[in-house]
Design a protein around this ligand. Structure first.
Ligand code: G3H
Length: 258
């Protein structure tokens, strides 16, 4: 990596693992990377597993993230969770606007924006997910989609707040499909995102924002993706559910950090 950005490898466990299973996987991650300082490592369990995992990662360098939150602080929002509730469990990160939430749960750029502002306000680092569908890629709309989603999510975010921001580029067609964007394809979009951030904020701030790649990242392809200039880490789905696979990706980032 050509800058001082530290790689972030975040495991999105999605709707998998009960609290006992999550605590077990988290213990394995802590035994491998609990003392890791060169690379940031984060696990994002379900809401019901957060507390158990929080106790396991507590006092290690493995950080905790949630997979969603509501933008209001409290109130009559049955089934929802606030940023403050996540902070209470020592979450550092929250994934926002994942394509599965956009596709199945009506998440829009507007709600992602409200959540991003609320997360930053509560000192949670949002991992804002953006990415095109296969139809959009085939129609030549990648740049347009990336611009709309980035600008939509970040409306009203200040440059000072943006230093705590993480963007995850996840081409929807690569999620859980085994199809990975080539390093060159991914880098092209990551460089575009960096330019958009420089336009929204300034170049210094844009350099500080970590831009993760997500979509079938595995130990076998992580090194070449992470070696790209503007790829600052990974948001890992399937491979984050197995300690050895997740560990292999973190190891690739550690090697590249030397
Ligand atoms: O949040 C993670 C992404 O959706 C990637 O999932 P995947 O690694 O299973 O393709």
């Amino acid at each position: 990596m050509s800058t001082s950005r530290k790689y972030l490898i975040a495991g999105n466990w999605k709707m998998n693992l009960n609290s006992a299973e999550g605590a077990e996987l988290a213990s394995q991650v802590v035994s491998m990377f609990g003392q890791q300082t060169d690379v940031s490592v984060c696990v994002c369990p379900t809401f019901t597993t957060l507390e158990a995992v929080s106790k396991v990662v507590n006092e290690s360098n493995v950080q905790l993230g949630a997979q969603n939150m509501h933008y209001e602080a409290s109130g009559a929002y049955t089934g929802e969770i606030s940023a403050e509730m996540l902070r209470h469990l020592y979450c550092n990160f929250v994934i926002l606007g994942h394509s599965e939430r956009r596709q199945y749960f009506g998440e829009t750029d507007e709600t992602v924006n409200k959540k991003t502002l609320a997360a930053l306000e509560a000192n949670l680092k949002p991992i804002v997910c953006i990415g095109e569908t296969l139809e959009e890629r085939e129609a030549g709309k990648v740049s347009e989609v990336i611009k709309t989603q980035t600008e939509g999510a970040l409306s009203g975010v200040t440059a000072a707040q943006a230093e705590n921001l993480v963007i995850a580029y996840e081409p929807v067609w690569a999620i859980g499909t085994g199809k990975t964007a080539t390093p060159e394809m991914a880098e092209e979009v990551h460089a575009e995102i960096r330019c958009l951030l420089a336009g929204l904020f300034d170049e210094d701030t844009a350099e500080k924002v970590r831009i993760l790649y997500g979509g079938s990242m595995k130990p076998g392809n992580a090194a070449e993706l992470l070696a790209q200039k503007n790829i600052d880490g990974g948001l890992i789905g399937g491979a984050s559910l197995k300690a050895n696979d997740f560990g292999g990706i973190v190891e690739a980032a550690v090697e590249l950090s030397k």
